[in-house]
Design a protein around this ligand. Structure first.
Ligand code: C5P
Length: 277
Protein backbone atom coordinates (compact mmCIF):
# COMPACT_ATOMS: atom_id res chain seq x y z
CA UNK A 1 0.00 0.00 0.00
CA UNK A 2 1.28 3.50 -0.78
CA UNK A 3 -0.12 7.00 -0.50
CA UNK A 4 0.81 10.08 -2.50
CA UNK A 5 -0.14 13.75 -2.14
CA UNK A 6 -1.73 15.49 -5.14
CA UNK A 7 -1.06 19.20 -4.59
CA UNK A 8 -3.15 21.96 -6.15
CA UNK A 9 -1.41 23.46 -9.19
CA UNK A 10 -1.42 27.24 -9.62
CA UNK A 11 -0.45 29.05 -12.81
CA UNK A 12 1.22 32.25 -11.57
CA UNK A 13 1.36 33.21 -15.25
CA UNK A 14 -0.09 31.56 -18.32
CA UNK A 15 0.83 33.04 -21.69
CA UNK A 16 -0.83 31.66 -24.82
CA UNK A 17 1.84 32.05 -27.49
CA UNK A 18 0.53 30.08 -30.48
CA UNK A 19 -1.67 27.30 -31.77
CA UNK A 20 -0.69 24.00 -33.37
CA UNK A 21 -2.33 22.64 -36.52
CA UNK A 22 -4.24 20.10 -34.36
CA UNK A 23 -5.88 22.95 -32.41
CA UNK A 24 -3.83 22.60 -29.19
CA UNK A 25 -2.37 25.84 -27.91
CA UNK A 26 1.27 26.61 -27.19
CA UNK A 27 1.77 27.89 -23.68
CA UNK A 28 4.44 29.55 -21.57
CA UNK A 29 3.50 29.27 -17.91
CA UNK A 30 5.07 29.65 -14.48
CA UNK A 31 3.53 26.86 -12.42
CA UNK A 32 3.75 26.35 -8.66
CA UNK A 33 2.21 23.84 -6.25
CA UNK A 34 0.30 24.32 -3.00
CA UNK A 35 0.56 22.59 0.36
CA UNK A 36 -3.13 21.72 0.03
CA UNK A 37 -4.47 19.00 -2.24
CA UNK A 38 -5.96 15.55 -2.69
CA UNK A 39 -4.54 12.20 -1.53
CA UNK A 40 -4.29 9.00 -3.53
CA UNK A 41 -3.87 5.55 -1.97
CA UNK A 42 -2.95 2.52 -4.06
CA UNK A 43 -3.35 -1.01 -2.71
CA UNK A 44 -2.10 -3.97 -4.75
CA UNK A 45 -4.75 -6.62 -5.52
CA UNK A 46 -4.39 -10.23 -6.76
CA UNK A 47 -4.20 -10.81 -10.50
CA UNK A 48 -7.66 -10.74 -12.10
CA UNK A 49 -9.17 -8.37 -9.52
CA UNK A 50 -9.14 -5.40 -11.90
CA UNK A 51 -8.89 -1.70 -11.08
CA UNK A 52 -11.30 -0.09 -8.65
CA UNK A 53 -11.64 3.53 -7.58
CA UNK A 54 -13.32 4.81 -4.42
CA UNK A 55 -13.66 8.57 -3.97
CA UNK A 56 -13.89 9.99 -0.44
CA UNK A 57 -13.44 13.38 1.18
CA UNK A 58 -15.26 16.73 1.34
CA UNK A 59 -15.36 17.27 -2.45
CA UNK A 60 -16.08 13.69 -3.54
CA UNK A 61 -19.62 14.44 -4.78
CA UNK A 62 -19.92 14.10 -8.54
CA UNK A 63 -16.38 12.82 -9.12
CA UNK A 64 -16.59 9.88 -11.57
CA UNK A 65 -15.31 6.51 -10.34
CA UNK A 66 -15.26 4.82 -13.75
CA UNK A 67 -12.69 4.55 -16.56
CA UNK A 68 -13.13 8.26 -17.43
CA UNK A 69 -11.39 9.29 -14.20
CA UNK A 70 -7.77 10.31 -14.88
CA UNK A 71 -6.67 8.21 -11.91
CA UNK A 72 -7.81 5.04 -13.71
CA UNK A 73 -6.35 6.27 -17.01
CA UNK A 74 -3.01 6.89 -15.27
CA UNK A 75 -2.98 3.39 -13.74
CA UNK A 76 -3.69 1.88 -17.16
CA UNK A 77 -0.92 3.95 -18.78
CA UNK A 78 1.47 2.51 -16.18
CA UNK A 79 0.31 -1.00 -17.18
CA UNK A 80 -1.36 -1.67 -13.81
CA UNK A 81 -4.37 -4.02 -14.06
CA UNK A 82 -5.09 -4.98 -10.47
CA UNK A 83 -5.26 -2.36 -7.74
CA UNK A 84 -7.73 -0.75 -5.35
CA UNK A 85 -7.31 3.02 -5.57
CA UNK A 86 -8.78 5.50 -3.10
CA UNK A 87 -8.93 9.19 -3.97
CA UNK A 88 -9.48 11.56 -1.04
CA UNK A 89 -10.84 14.67 -2.73
CA UNK A 90 -10.19 18.12 -1.24
CA UNK A 91 -9.78 20.16 -4.43
CA UNK A 92 -12.72 21.29 -6.58
CA UNK A 93 -12.97 19.71 -10.06
CA UNK A 94 -12.84 21.72 -13.34
CA UNK A 95 -11.35 24.53 -11.32
CA UNK A 96 -8.06 25.54 -13.03
CA UNK A 97 -5.89 24.12 -10.25
CA UNK A 98 -5.12 20.78 -11.85
CA UNK A 99 -7.23 18.57 -9.60
CA UNK A 100 -7.54 15.71 -12.09
CA UNK A 101 -4.01 16.12 -13.49
CA UNK A 102 -2.42 16.20 -10.05
CA UNK A 103 -4.46 13.14 -9.01
CA UNK A 104 -3.16 11.31 -12.09
CA UNK A 105 0.45 12.24 -11.29
CA UNK A 106 0.03 11.26 -7.61
CA UNK A 107 -1.47 7.92 -8.71
CA UNK A 108 1.69 7.22 -10.70
CA UNK A 109 3.89 8.12 -7.70
CA UNK A 110 1.88 5.81 -5.44
CA UNK A 111 2.01 3.03 -8.05
CA UNK A 112 5.78 3.48 -8.27
CA UNK A 113 6.10 3.00 -4.49
CA UNK A 114 3.48 0.28 -4.01
CA UNK A 115 4.18 -1.80 -7.09
CA UNK A 116 7.69 -0.75 -8.13
CA UNK A 117 6.39 0.34 -11.54
CA UNK A 118 8.32 3.27 -13.07
CA UNK A 119 6.52 6.50 -14.09
CA UNK A 120 5.55 5.83 -17.74
CA UNK A 121 6.46 8.01 -20.72
CA UNK A 122 3.88 10.04 -22.64
CA UNK A 123 2.18 11.61 -19.63
CA UNK A 124 0.86 14.41 -21.87
CA UNK A 125 -1.61 11.95 -23.39
CA UNK A 126 -3.40 11.92 -20.00
CA UNK A 127 -3.72 15.72 -20.11
CA UNK A 128 -1.62 18.79 -20.85
CA UNK A 129 -1.02 19.51 -17.14
CA UNK A 130 0.03 15.99 -16.14
CA UNK A 131 3.76 16.35 -17.01
CA UNK A 132 4.15 19.43 -14.78
CA UNK A 133 2.10 17.77 -12.04
CA UNK A 134 4.52 14.82 -12.18
CA UNK A 135 7.35 17.26 -11.38
CA UNK A 136 5.18 18.79 -8.58
CA UNK A 137 7.47 21.72 -7.84
CA UNK A 138 7.85 25.24 -9.23
CA UNK A 139 8.46 24.92 -12.96
CA UNK A 140 8.22 26.63 -16.32
CA UNK A 141 5.82 24.80 -18.61
CA UNK A 142 6.10 25.24 -22.37
CA UNK A 143 4.89 23.67 -25.60
CA UNK A 144 1.39 22.31 -25.07
CA UNK A 145 2.46 21.32 -21.55
CA UNK A 146 4.99 18.60 -22.32
CA UNK A 147 8.12 20.76 -21.87
CA UNK A 148 8.75 21.24 -18.15
CA UNK A 149 11.78 22.94 -16.59
CA UNK A 150 11.95 22.70 -12.78
CA UNK A 151 12.92 25.89 -10.88
CA UNK A 152 14.64 24.56 -7.74
CA UNK A 153 15.49 27.96 -6.17
CA UNK A 154 11.89 29.15 -5.93
CA UNK A 155 11.07 31.06 -2.71
CA UNK A 156 7.69 29.95 -1.27
CA UNK A 157 4.76 32.38 -1.58
CA UNK A 158 1.75 32.80 0.71
CA UNK A 159 -1.59 32.83 -1.06
CA UNK A 160 -5.35 32.60 -0.82
CA UNK A 161 -7.15 30.43 -3.39
CA UNK A 162 -10.83 31.14 -4.03
CA UNK A 163 -13.30 29.30 -6.22
CA UNK A 164 -16.92 30.50 -6.57
CA UNK A 165 -18.02 26.87 -7.08
CA UNK A 166 -18.57 27.31 -10.79
CA UNK A 167 -17.16 24.43 -12.86
CA UNK A 168 -15.33 25.71 -15.95
CA UNK A 169 -14.79 23.54 -19.03
CA UNK A 170 -11.42 24.40 -20.59
CA UNK A 171 -12.07 24.06 -24.38
CA UNK A 172 -14.64 26.91 -24.61
CA UNK A 173 -12.20 29.24 -22.83
CA UNK A 174 -9.48 28.55 -25.40
CA UNK A 175 -12.07 28.95 -28.19
CA UNK A 176 -13.11 32.36 -26.83
CA UNK A 177 -9.55 33.75 -27.02
CA UNK A 178 -9.30 36.87 -29.16
CA UNK A 179 -5.51 36.46 -29.65
CA UNK A 180 -3.50 33.26 -29.72
CA UNK A 181 -0.07 34.62 -30.55
CA UNK A 182 0.77 36.65 -27.48
CA UNK A 183 4.29 37.40 -26.25
CA UNK A 184 5.99 34.67 -24.20
CA UNK A 185 7.62 35.28 -20.82
CA UNK A 186 11.23 36.54 -21.05
CA UNK A 187 13.55 33.78 -22.30
CA UNK A 188 15.64 34.03 -19.11
CA UNK A 189 13.61 33.84 -15.90
CA UNK A 190 14.87 35.88 -12.91
CA UNK A 191 16.45 34.55 -9.73
CA UNK A 192 13.41 33.17 -7.96
CA UNK A 193 15.20 33.13 -4.62
CA UNK A 194 14.31 36.87 -4.27
CA UNK A 195 10.60 37.13 -3.35
CA UNK A 196 10.07 40.88 -3.83
CA UNK A 197 11.66 40.81 -7.26
CA UNK A 198 9.30 38.01 -8.11
CA UNK A 199 6.16 39.99 -7.26
CA UNK A 200 7.30 42.95 -9.33
CA UNK A 201 8.33 40.63 -12.14
CA UNK A 202 4.96 38.88 -12.08
CA UNK A 203 3.18 42.21 -12.69
CA UNK A 204 4.62 42.08 -16.22
CA UNK A 205 3.25 38.59 -16.85
CA UNK A 206 -0.35 37.60 -17.57
CA UNK A 207 -2.91 34.86 -17.64
CA UNK A 208 -4.04 35.18 -21.26
CA UNK A 209 -7.10 32.99 -20.53
CA UNK A 210 -8.43 35.32 -17.83
CA UNK A 211 -10.42 37.78 -19.97
CA UNK A 212 -11.92 34.99 -22.09
CA UNK A 213 -12.93 33.02 -18.97
CA UNK A 214 -14.40 36.13 -17.32
CA UNK A 215 -16.46 36.73 -20.48
CA UNK A 216 -17.95 33.23 -20.17
CA UNK A 217 -18.40 33.12 -16.37
CA UNK A 218 -19.22 36.36 -14.54
CA UNK A 219 -18.46 34.69 -11.19
CA UNK A 220 -14.75 34.80 -12.05
CA UNK A 221 -14.73 38.60 -12.21
CA UNK A 222 -16.55 38.65 -8.87
CA UNK A 223 -13.89 36.35 -7.40
CA UNK A 224 -11.04 38.56 -8.68
CA UNK A 225 -12.79 41.63 -7.21
CA UNK A 226 -13.35 39.94 -3.84
CA UNK A 227 -9.69 38.88 -3.61
CA UNK A 228 -8.49 42.36 -4.63
CA UNK A 229 -10.58 43.88 -1.83
CA UNK A 230 -8.76 41.84 0.85
CA UNK A 231 -6.30 43.71 3.03
CA UNK A 232 -2.72 42.92 2.03
CA UNK A 233 -3.54 41.31 -1.35
CA UNK A 234 -0.57 41.99 -3.64
CA UNK A 235 -1.18 40.21 -6.91
CA UNK A 236 -4.58 38.84 -7.88
CA UNK A 237 -5.04 36.57 -10.89
CA UNK A 238 -6.91 33.55 -12.25
CA UNK A 239 -5.22 30.12 -12.38
CA UNK A 240 -5.46 27.90 -15.47
CA UNK A 241 -8.75 28.35 -17.30
CA UNK A 242 -10.52 29.21 -14.02
CA UNK A 243 -12.60 29.58 -12.07
CA UNK A 244 -10.11 29.45 -9.17
CA UNK A 245 -8.30 32.74 -8.61
CA UNK A 246 -5.42 33.48 -6.25
CA UNK A 247 -4.12 36.43 -4.27
CA UNK A 248 -0.53 36.63 -3.00
CA UNK A 249 0.22 37.95 0.50
CA UNK A 250 3.36 38.98 2.42
CA UNK A 251 3.21 35.97 4.73
CA UNK A 252 1.12 33.00 5.78
CA UNK A 253 -0.52 34.81 8.73
CA UNK A 254 -1.81 37.57 6.43
CA UNK A 255 -3.07 34.96 3.95
CA UNK A 256 -4.88 33.00 6.67
CA UNK A 257 -6.55 36.13 8.03
CA UNK A 258 -7.61 37.16 4.51
CA UNK A 259 -8.99 33.66 3.85
CA UNK A 260 -11.01 33.84 7.06
CA UNK A 261 -12.47 37.23 6.07
CA UNK A 262 -13.30 36.10 2.53
CA UNK A 263 -14.92 32.85 3.70
CA UNK A 264 -17.10 34.86 6.07
CA UNK A 265 -18.15 37.19 3.23
CA UNK A 266 -18.70 34.33 0.78
CA UNK A 267 -19.74 31.28 2.82
CA UNK A 268 -20.57 29.23 -0.30
CA UNK A 269 -17.19 29.66 -2.00
CA UNK A 270 -14.23 27.30 -1.68
CA UNK A 271 -11.54 29.40 0.05
CA UNK A 272 -8.13 28.18 1.29
CA UNK A 273 -4.94 29.81 2.53
CA UNK A 274 -1.83 28.00 1.34
CA UNK A 275 1.89 28.17 0.62
CA UNK A 276 3.00 27.90 -3.01
CA UNK A 277 6.40 26.55 -4.06
O1 C5P B 1 -5.13 18.29 -21.97
P1 C5P B 1 -6.38 18.68 -21.27
O2 C5P B 1 -7.40 17.57 -21.24
O3 C5P B 1 -6.16 19.30 -19.96
O4 C5P B 1 -7.00 19.84 -22.17
C1 C5P B 1 -8.35 20.18 -22.16
C2 C5P B 1 -8.66 21.01 -23.39
O5 C5P B 1 -8.00 22.28 -23.28
C3 C5P B 1 -8.18 20.43 -24.69
O6 C5P B 1 -9.12 19.56 -25.24
C4 C5P B 1 -8.00 21.67 -25.55
O7 C5P B 1 -9.25 22.09 -26.05
C5 C5P B 1 -7.55 22.70 -24.54
N1 C5P B 1 -6.08 22.85 -24.50
C6 C5P B 1 -5.42 23.50 -25.52
N2 C5P B 1 -4.07 23.64 -25.48
C7 C5P B 1 -3.36 23.16 -24.45
C8 C5P B 1 -4.01 22.51 -23.38
C9 C5P B 1 -5.37 22.36 -23.44
O8 C5P B 1 -6.06 23.95 -26.48
N3 C5P B 1 -2.04 23.33 -24.44
Amino acid sequence: MAEAFAPAKVNLSLHVVGQRADGYHLLDSLVVFADIGDRVRVEPRPSGSGLSLTVTGPLAAGVPTGPENLVIKAAKLAGVRDAAITLDKHLPAEAGIGGGSSDAAATLRAIQTALDVPIPKGLEQLGADVPVCAVAQAARMEGTGERVTALPRFTPLSAVLANPRVAVATPPVFKALSAKDNAPMPAELPDFAAPFDLLEWLQNTRNDLQDAACGLHSAIGATLDALSALEGARLVRMSGSGATCFALFANRTAAEEAARVLQQREPNWWVEACTLS
